[in-house]
Design a protein around this ligand. Structure first.
Ligand code: COI
Length: 357
């Protein structure tokens, strides 16, 4: 279960800032709860202007007009990526350009100017370097980076904000499903949906997540780690897990829902498709009926937060189906390949990683 405690910088700051390599964090206990770090990056711009250059500022609460468009019209996007420390101590980002491109795609859909790929990647680098002492030691987790773009300008009538803010903050993180790292137990949600045809499911809009909170809370109360959402049009096909993308494996064929507007084009999803093809698995992006999930040999989730997490069981209409997990599983092999590249243990022949120090 993902805990929700918050640690403030004051609670974790070292006694002196004089070149100390690491913040005072119990690196062995990291989970996905928020630990506030020292600095964030902020850039503001008006609808007419291009992005103004941003600045690194101390991490603090932000001031918003009660009429800010993000608060009542939900004009906002977020991203998630990670910085990893290699064995030699140097710090790498994983495919930050892909997050920049996805933010640009979302910004177009939600009528906001977006930072260029160069500004986005530079902002992420600056924020990570400013918070360097919060990047966990090699093998202990990662510094999760949360870039956001949202309408901060005040407005009453329906329309895009006259001013937007691009903000990047970080938090050291460990496993998303702390306590269920080996395999998660999911249930299929029939009543609530994440996305609708013509809606914003295909971009990382802030509006995509809270609509399933009620279902998620109910599932967690029954002991499940997360929920699988079905398509809103027919209720026959799996779309996503509340927090990530989903893959199923049958024989040598890996399948994942096709990104036709209701599925988030995950960067981990895209990377796993490439790695699986390299291992000679057949990969299909298609509609996946619930029956195919129940007949699969393996199911696993992918996402920046969850990385690659095997699914141990899925419960649907009261019936529990179990799947292969553990060292013999394909998900194990794919996870090892991906995290090997992300943490510098395996050679990155694809140019996915970016050294920043
Ligand atoms: C991520 O994986 O980075 C996400 O944004 C998912 C979020 C629910 C933690």
């Amino acid at each position: 279960m993902a805990p929700s405690s918050i640690q403030s910088p004051a609670a974790t700051q070292p006694d002196s800032d004089g070149g100390e390599k690491y913040a005072k964090v119990n690196w062995d206990e990291l989970d996905f709860s928020l630990t506030c770090t020292d600095y964030m990056y902020v850039a503001r711009f008006s609808a007419e202007d291009k992005f103004s250059p941003g600045n690194i500022t101390p991490y603090r609460n932000i001031e918003l007009s009660p009429a800010a468009a993000v608060l009542h019209y939900g004009q906002g996007l977020f991203e998630g990526l990670k910085a990893y420390r290699r064995e030699d101590g140097r710090i790498m980002l994983f495919r930050p350009d892909q997050n920049a491109l996805r933010m640009q795609m979302g910004a177009e859909r939600m009528f906001m100017p977006a930072p260029s790929t160069e500004q986005f990647v530079d902002a992420v680098k600056q924020t990570v370097l400013a918070n360097k002492r919060w990047v966990p030691p090699h093998g202990k987790g990662s510094l999760y980076v949360r870039p956001m773009l949202f309408g901060t300008g005040a407005i009453l009538g329906l329309g895009p904000a006259p001013e937007c803010t691009f903000l990047v903050f970080t938090s050291p993180t460990g496993h998303y499903y702390k306590g269920s790292e080996k395999a998660v137990n999911l249930c299929i949600e029939k009543k609530f949906h994440r996305a609708t045809p013509g809606g914003t499911g295909g971009i990382k809009s802030i509006t995509n997540y809270s609509p399933v909170f009620e279902a998620l809370k109910g599932a967690k109360a029954k002991g499940f780690d997360d929920i699988i959402l079905l398509d809103a049009a027919t209720g026959k096909y799996i779309e996503e897990i509340a927090s990530c993308n989903i893959f199923i494996l049958k024989g040598d064929t890996l399948s994942t829902p096709e990104t036709l507007g209701t599925i988030l084009p995950g960067i981990t999803r895209k990377s796993i498709i490439e790695l699986a093809k390299e291992l000679n698995y057949k990969v299909e992006e298609r509609l996946i009926p619930v029956e195919d999930v129940l007949a699969a040999d393996e199911v696993f989730c992918t996402g920046t937060a969850v990385v690659v997490t095997p699914v141990g069981s899925i419960t649907y209409e009261g019936k529990r189906t179990e799947y292969r997990t553990g060292e013999g599983a394909v998900s194990h092999k794919l996870r090892a390949m991906l995290t090997g590249i992300q943490t510098g243990l395996l050679m990155d022949s694809k140019g996915w990683t970016v050294l920043i120090d």
